[in-house]
Write a protein that binds this ligand. Structure first.
Ligand code: EZ4
Ligand code: CO
Length: 430
């Protein structure tokens, strides 16, 4: 008898009876997996890959869902290994987002069956709440200061700072009326902090000038410190745009302004480049939002080249895989700093909060509020109070999925922008 046949005879086995791939667009596109079990309990997982949603939907629908039917719903680790090793074609954002969705849905189910919020199964509560950072931005300093004040009024205790660069018409991370969440049909007038994907059949083109940025960024942080004092934790995202030596210079010049972290200074593929950066600066470094496995972190951890891990549950193979990454990071005093843009759905954010409240090496959680239409569809039960996010006490993840709302907001093509150098129009990292 094979192991699989042996397992099939186990009594009181709860099996997966259905798995649905739900693609919807309540203001922006989301790919959600809903797994149903013989016990009637369902679980949700997030598989959204911004701008490539239908690829991961197909991976799930055409290749993973048929493998799930009849499997033991409790066998989370075995299912993870079955899908990861079993694919033969390992790693990659699409594969790992699909596996993440299955893994997250199974954890949601296990916790619901246990009648506990998921964090209890991950070791229980280790802290009062998950420190969150919000996104302040402005085309210029007065606009930026208004945005910082608005975030402080909402209770944020840590704030990411992004501004326009003189001479450039639009820059990553800066909210404006022109890029404020196009397609948000909620009627909400409040602008999104920053939603880079635009609903269109072609990516928007932005322009870039690294020298102008490098001259400007330190002046921005000097002004923010002069205005808001030394206490407030400040973060900044360079969004993969610098060479190692440019990144080293930026880190060094930002040292007087005591950043909480400097994120994604160099492109993600060649992690050894961060050695050069590290040799020159004590500004803490965060990277990993586009990584998808523990292997991407090996060199960075073992050489202690970073301070924060940016992977979200959604893009790193689920709760099972991200927890393993955090345990590995803890060996080197490296902490979590989970990616939390609006393209990580409330399902993905809830998963991060259950993990974040439980692990010993939590650092900070990125938090961009979802649109009203998104929250109406997923009905999240996590709470933001006094700058801290809390996963809540509902059994499982504490997230729902409203099918009617989903059907009312079908998929619409949307893409992240592309970046060209202002100097000569060559393609640059966005
Ligand atoms: O550009 O999630 O730190 N946050 C980020 C994000 C990413 C988007 C891409 O889908 O870098 O704004
Ligand atoms: Co980032």
């Amino acid at each position: 008898m094979t192991y699989a046949e042996d397992m099939a005879y186990a009594e009181d086995r709860i099996t997966i009876t259905a798995a649905e791939v739900l693609v919807s667009s309540p203001g922006r596109n989301f790919v959600t997996l809903r797994v149903t079990t013989s016990a009637g309990v369902t679980g949700l997982g997030d598989a959204t890959v911004n701008g490539r949603e239908l690829a991961v939907a197909s991976y799930l629908r055409d290749h993973l869902v048929p493998l799930l039917i009849g499997r033991d719903a409790h066998a989370i680790e075995d299912t993870w290994q079955y899908l990861y090793r079993g694919a033969y074609w390992r790693r990659g954002p699409i594969t790992m987002a699909a596996i993440a969705a299955v893994d997250t849905a199974l954890w949601d189910i296990k916790a619901k069956l246990a009648g506990m919020p998921l964090y209890q199964l991950l070791g229980g509560r280790s802290r009062r709440g998950c420190l969150a950072y919000g996104h302040a931005s402005g085309a210029d300093l007065p606009e930026l200061f208004d945005s910082v004040r608005a975030h402080l009024d909402q209770g944020y205790r840590a704030i990411r700072i992004q501004t326009g660069v003189p001479g450039l018409s639009s820059v990553y991370g800066v909210a404006s009326s022109s890029n404020a969440h196009v397609g948000d049909d909620t009627g909400a007038t409040s602008r999104y902090d920053h939603e880079p994907a635009r609903r269109s059949t072609m990516p928007v083109e932005e322009e870039w000038d690294t020298r102008a940025y490098l001259r400007h960024a330190p002046r921005v942080f000097e002004a923010v410190r002069n205005e808001f004092g030394p206490e407030l934790p400040l973060l900044h995202d360079a969004h993969h745009r610098l060479t190692p030596i440019q990144a080293a210079r930026l880190g060094k010049e930002l040292e007087p302004y005591d950043l909480f972290w400097l994120e994604d200074v160099t492109p993600a593929e060649n992690t050894a480049m961060l050695r050069r950066v590290r040799e020159h600066t004590t500004t803490p470094l965060a990277i990993g939002e586009v990584f998808n496995t523990i292997w991407d972190y090996r060199e960075l951890f073992e050489e202690q080249l970073i301070d924060y891990v940016r992977s979200p549950v959604t893009h790193a193979g689920g709760i099972t895989a991200l927890r393993r990454i955090f345990d590995y990071a803890a060996v080197y005093q490296i902490k979590s700093g989970v990616h939390g843009p609006t393209d990580v759905s409330p399902v993905g954010l809830a998963a991060a909060l259950h993990l974040g409240i439980a692990i010993p090496n939590f650092g900070i959680q990125e938090y961009m509020k979802h649109s009203a239409a998104t929250d109406e569809m997923f009905r999240p039960t996590y709470r933001f109070t006094d700058g801290l996010l809390d996963p809540g006490e509902e059994p499982g993840l504490g997230i729902g999925y409203d099918d009617e709302a989903g059907a009312a907001h079908p998929y619409e093509p949307a893409y992240l922008p592309v970046n060209r150098l202002k100097l000569d129009g060559s393609m640059h990292d966005w």
